[in-house]
Design a protein around this ligand. Sequence first.
Ligand code: SF4
Length: 346
Amino acid sequence: MFLLEVNNLSLSFTQYQRGLKQKNIQVISDLSLSIQEGEILAVVGSSGSGKSLLAHAILGILPKNASLSGRLYYGGQELTAKRQKELRGKEIAFIPQSVNFLDPLMQIGQQVRTSSQVGSEKGIAKGKGGEKEKDRDRDREKGRVKDRAKDKGREKQRKIFDRYELDYDVENYYPFQISGGMARRVLVASAVVGGPKLIIADEPTPGLHHEVVKEALGHLRELADEGTAIMLITHDIATALEVADRIAVFYAGTIVEIAWASEFTDHGDKLRHPYTKALWMALPQNGFLPILGRQPSPSEPPPGCLFQPRCSLSSKSSSTNNSSCSQEAPVMRELRSGKVRCHFAT
Ligand code: SF4
């Protein structure tokens, strides 16, 4: 059974233009994918193409002007807004793109402990319904419980610090006092300290030195090998291939192929979709072959297949095939233990 299933997800935003005129902007259309425990599924697509919004839809943190359709399932049950709220930051953790997600006014140790939900002073202090204690002995006992919870929280945080090679001194630092690489480790530490089952990592290695990237990805692989499901959102297919089990290729607001990472070899003959092959062949080690044309906006898709204006397979096909490509939008289908959205992929 899959831990997370996203079925036919579409997302659009309503924007006001001049006066009271409204415009509907489509950003995701009919997107489906699933993730199992212990695997890394990389969602790969160009920067600014709306991949992060997929993460936000799963986490339930979209802005109010968003309209969502389709279904999300987590652990076999529908992932409703109520469940998203309950699971967010606990079973479902988020590693954001920017280190600006760290609170600039809170010490690092406190931030990680807050994420762990263990030893939360708020939770302990409230007790059962926050009833007022008048009895001194009970107050003292309450203080002791609070201290024990604090110690437990600190112990858990230090264990995570050990794991990610963060000195205990860092506990007392503020975000501006640590390096970019260290801040990334703190973000990972904050995400994993509560023992999540699913981690959504949104471009977790932007602009970092290769060694730091390797280290950050190594942490994700380690977590997956321990059973955590990971959705890695990235624009960098080469990086994704270093750690992912499967690659979901995002194009113009939807997924056009889901392939095994092991299928990205040689000239991409095992890959199914012409865009995936083109992405693979555009890597420097494969000849740097450019992909001509531009990705369409999901709000203004071309008729038929989204990739048709750039597709080499369509232009090589017979005129009948070619007209199917420009008239009918292909649906996602199973092919050779993967999935593809193309009429003619074999
Ligand atoms: S459906 Fe046609 S245009 Fe689209 S990817 Fe397949 S061959 Fe190319």
